[in-house]
Design a protein around this ligand. Structure first.
Ligand code: NAD
Length: 334
């Protein structure tokens, strides 16, 4: 059994903490928001996952030092915008030999680092941590379903397959099947970009378009992400796997998808801030747009769906006009 520190008490962190604790692991949860820990301890419930029963032996702490001490695994489950600050805060307490698992999905604007690269960048302040393994855990996984043990699959990705296998063996259970992949960069690119494609699919839904359009955006979307990823040196197969097309399908179709919901609101004419407020939880696709546009420039690659979403979200173009322009630009060769 493993000792696991969970950083972040949002829906995904808590769904995984519950699952790991029920498997018999020794799990402790930390949040940057002390009041969040108070609510969890007092009620045994997560306010946004009311149907989830939290086990009594799940531990909590408000101390980042405590959550990271004597742990085999540190699980980063904060939204992408807080990954760097959380890595900076935990860095003094990380021990050599620990494995850090990141489940957040995004790319840092400016540095264009994936989130495990952001964590590595912060850890590099302490040379002795150069051997700490970083694993990305990503795939078609909504917290709402893992919270009640519905069958789910996910990918543990690391250049060092032994580290990925270690995470696989710790997280795997009869309802949660973990695959391994050594293409961590490809897995992380998939996780960040699928949220943008889901925003686009939601916008199309909001405009009243149907299943034909959604299928087109999903299928052309995976090609779009793969085109960029291959230029970045990622493996083509990654984009056709669970972290690629698998996550894209669930994010573009599920009622639990915040990016899809946010897109629908945008497609119905709501502004960015209003749509985000209405969703009420992190909408990673919005944050990923700046990095996507920077990557487009850097790699001189066509990303027509991402560009259309950026035009609507960040440049005030009407969803209808952006959609029409997109139909013209989506390429002619499969
Ligand atoms: N929810 C899912 O189903 C799911 C599934 C797979 C991956 N993810 C990814 O996991 C990440 C977290 O998603 P979530 O759904 O748990 O988000 P959420 O909106 O539920 O979580 C917000 C949490 O962020 C933490 N937080 C708030 N302010 C902070 C700060 N200043 N510093 C550090 N932490 C702070 C708090 O614990 C808060 O509960 C995202 O990148 C998301 O894409 C989510």
């Amino acid at each position: 059994m493993a000792a696991i520190g969970v950083l972040g008490a949002g829906t995904w962190g808590m769904a995984l903490a519950r699952m790991l604790c029920n498997m018999g692991h020794d799990v402790q949860v930390w949040s940057a928001l002390p009041e969040e820990i108070d609510v969890l301890m007092a009620t045994g419930k997560h306010p946004k996952l009311a149907h989830m029963e939290l086990p009594e032996d799940l531990g909590y702490t408000k101390s980042i030092q405590e959550v990271s001490g004597n742990k085999d695994i540190l699980l980063f489950a904060v939204p992408s915008v807080f990954v760097r600050s959380t890595a900076k805060a935990v860095c003094p307490y990380v021990a050599d030999g620990q494995v850090i698992v990141d489940v957040a999905k995004g790319i840092e604007p400016g540095s264009l680092f994936t989130l495990t690269q952001v964590i590595r960048d912060e850890l590099s302040r302490r040379q002795e941590l150069s051997k700490v393994k970083l694993v990305a855990l990503s795939g078609p996984t909504h917290a709402e379903e893992v919270a009640v043990d519905l069958p789910t699959t996910i990918v543990a990705a690391c250049e060092d397959l032994d580290a990925a296998r270690r995470v696989q063996s710790i997280f795997m259970n009869p309802k949660f099947r973990v695959y391994t992949n050594d293409d961590i960069h490809g897995v992380e690119i998939c996780g960040a970009f699928k949220n943008i494609i889901a925003l686009g699919t939601g916008i199309a839904r909001g405009l009243g378009y149907g299943d034909n359009t959604a299928a087109a955006l999903i299928t052309r979307g995976v090609r779009e992400v793969a085109r960029l990823g291959e230029l970045m040196g990622c493996k083509p197969d990654t984009f056709n796997g669970l972290a690629g097309i698998g996550d894209l399908i669930v994010t573009c179709t599920s009622k639990h998808s915040r990016n899809l919901t946010c897109g629908m609101l945008l497609g119905r004419g709501k502004g960015k801030e209003e749509a985000i407020r209405e969703v009420g939880m992190v909408v990673e696709g919005i944050y990923a747009l700046d990095a996507a546009m920077e990557l487009k420039k850097k790699y001189q690659v066509e990303l027509p769906i991402c560009e259309a979403v950026d035009a609507i979200v960040n440049q005030g173009m009407s969803a209808l006009a952006a959609g029409e322009a997109l139909m013209e630009r989506m390429g002619r060769q499969e």
